[in-house]
Design a protein around this ligand. Sequence first.
Ligand code: GLA
Length: 750
Amino acid sequence: MIFINEGHYPSFHLTNGKLSYIFHVLESTQTLEQLYYGAAIKPRDNYDYLIEREVRPSNNLYQDTHTTSFEHIKQEFPVYGTTDFRYPAIEIAYPDGDHISHLSYVGYTQLSGKHASNLQPMLRAGEEDAATLIIHLKDNYSQAAIDLHYTIYREQAVIVRRVVVHNHGEESLRLKRLLSMSIDFPHDDFELLHLYGAWARETHLERKPLIKGVQNFSSTRGASSHAHNPFLALVAPNTSEHQGETFGFSLVYSGNFLSQIEVDTYHVTRVSMGINPFQFDWHLDTGESFESPEVVMAYSSKGLNGMSQQFHDIYRQQLLHNETPFEKAPVLLNSWEANYFDFDEEKLLEQAQLAKDLGFDLFVLDDGWFGKRDSDNGSLGNWTTDLDKIPQGIRSLASNIQAMGIHFGLWFEPEMLSVDTPVYQAHPEWIIGHPNKNISHGRNQFVLDFSNPDVVANIFEQMSQILGSAEIDYIKWDMNRYISEPFSNFLKKHQQGELFHRYILGVYDLLDRIRKAFPAVFIETCAGGGGRYDPAMLFYANQNWISDDTDAIERLKIQYGASMVYPISTMGSHVSEIPNHQVGRITSLKMRKDVALFGTFGYELDIMKLSDADREEVRQQINQFNQYQSLLHHGDFYRLNNPFEAGLTAWMVVSKDQSEAIVGVYQSQASANPAYERIQLAGLASDQAYELLELDHESKDIPVRYGDDLMAIGLILNENFTGRADEYWGREKAGEYHSRVFYLKIKKDK
Ligand code: GLA
């Protein structure tokens, strides 16, 4: 998969038949030039034919040359302080106070699989699955060594990049900027696609043409954030869900990040991604190394669905934690919207018993079980059971619930501290903020300084006490405010620019310790919904609560956008109360189920208040999810109709062997006397006949349609009233907020 043309100035070609990525060492400067990234091409023994050198007005590196300006050479890993005036991937501050670097090629190493990091999350890569190329660069002006890591996977059109910097010198250096990757495309004939949002409306999709100059999305909030997801894609202008060239970039990081696109005046497009350089200042002392997080680059020549499927496959296979106490994805009942802070043991036991009777796998006790937490005013950081609410303690509650034959899970917000807690009384200096300056609260809480290992150790002890004392199979790991006044009482003066990154490393450390101590515990990460829905959190987690907005209609956009990068098996999605607690909308139990079905599937409502008929419907819905769970979570997901553009949303999942599929169609707006409505399906076997079953719908006969027909003509949503005029006038209108789910299976010859 890695083809190298040796020599003084070698070239490197990473290819797996699905993509090609080529760069080489420049003869005159010993730096790296990016030559090509795109559809797979055959390896050649020389790539000089890809070199383009115009003579342009420029600053040149060497006397008497007109073609040694880095401004006019597509860079593989651009540095600051040379002839490239665009934004670099690395900026080093030297002891003299200058920031001038020149990185030269030294050599390379190849290996099967990849080196793991013990500091931060990264994709796995078995020796059979992937190959890694490490390019060794040296800094001409210090003893720093820079290693560029490229891992190419056999099965997916994916390359993963990261960078490691080692300081072998006597003097300490400061990293002012270290991005995980940078790439220069030779043109700007792209549109930019990204995900933005806010609390309760995460992962909304925006697609815009590129502009000349710099565009970026970033976080300065201490978490990857609701505002921007650490993902972007460049797409050829004619790209649709099903066709066109697409380059996706997804950063495996949960802290402050930067995704940047810079188009220069020659139409070259530079994409770079990594830790946000804003407020970043890392001291690299003698003998120390610094590792960047990974960027996952997915290539598709088959449109946006092709790109998303690469991300979904690689994240399901090489990222997500797969060990769990459940035989299949658990259907959970979460107590939050039913109880908020108002519950006692008796109420919980009643709810859990009914949940068991209705077929749930897991009962999750959300916020409010610890300290004295009757509102969101206090108690975070005091992880001891509130005996007023749960007199027998968590251990007894958990074992009573487990004895019913249903699993038990618990909510934590490990990174936060309230002032009414013993930890704050003993260690007010453990919160992030300057002792003599204002420290803002968010939801009446403060952020613990996770750059301090004592803080992480304290929270680990408290959590282990609870997790070790009771049968707890699930944790909801929440985080509900951002870092606004970054200052650590623990870090030294010169290390304050390291706080954001050290904070997130502390979070990873705690997650890692919990994972090692309780390997099978099922973790759902959350940050006020989707405030930290990123691949790094998914490395430790089994799923993520992607939004506090549980309204079925709003969720269409949120889940549709999130599916650009994240597998639906990770998308925490619940059937919740009506009127909906975020928007007040009323949708049917069926519609709420039909939307949640294309996610992890769970409930967040007071089941005690449901009528007998609704309880029976919930029981059937759970059965239905269980029946299709494997298809939904392991198949290929296709977006069909975009809720950001139309009132009709549609998506589907096709099993890897194409023998079955499930399609969701959602109508958000009712309209009179509608036009013809058809949904062209995707991913089916053209020559196979599929039986078409509409779920929750009684029908006398099961239509059979061929795959090619369903993909070319589509599902026909209008009815055929030939000879049924009477029925037409008496029919019930579907109304607003209406959904249909179809199941397709290859018809077996009898
Ligand atoms: C956050 C979460 C919710 C719920 C509450 C509890 O908002 O996103 O799901 O757990 O906290 O306080």
